[in-house]
Design a protein around this ligand. Sequence first.
Ligand SMILES: [Zn+2]
Length: 189
Amino acid sequence: MPLSSKGRDTAEGIARVRELGLDAMELEFVRQVYVKSESSGKEICNAAKMNNVALSAHAPYFVNLNTPEKAKLEASRKRIIDCARAAHWCGAKSVVIHSAFYLGMEKEIVYERVKREYKLLRDEILNLGMGEIVLRPELMGRPTQFADIDEISKMCSELEGVLPCADFAHYQAGCSTGTSSRRSRSRKS
Ligand SMILES: [Zn+2]
C-alpha cells in the first residue's frame, strides 16, 4: 500500500498505485490473510482490473514447511491455502512464500521435505479449482532460512505450478553470508 494512499482500504491503495504510474502491487498477507470473503476479494479484483494493476500476494511469515511438529505443519499449510484462496478471489496469480527453516538439518533432507509439501499444496490448489495460482518460494538471505538460489532453481524445474520469487536484496545478503549451497558444499568438504 503506498504511504500516500488516502485511505487504508486496499482498493484505494490500488488506485493510488495507478496514480503513481506503477503497474503492480503486492497484497501483504504477511501478518494475516485479511481478505476473508469472496465478496471483499471481488472488490479488490475489480479495483485492480479498473486500474490495470497486476496483483500478487505474500503469504504469512508464520510458515515452516520443514517443522517436525504436526500441528505447526498443518497450520503452515492452512496459512498458504488461505492465502491462495484470497489471492484467487482478488485475481492475484502469484503467492510468495517464506518456505521453511533448516533447523540445523542437512540441506538435502530439508529440500526433499519442503518439495514434498509444495507438491501436496499444488495438488490441493488444483483440487480447489484454483489452478491459475502459482506458488513462489522466495529466495531467502539468511543461512537459517530455506531456500538458496540453487534449491529454488532445482525445485521449480521439478514441480509444476511452482516458480521462483527472486529477492535480489536477499540474494546479495546470501552471497555475503555464504548461504549458497555451492559455498556450503565447499565448507563441508
Ligand atoms: Zn518475502
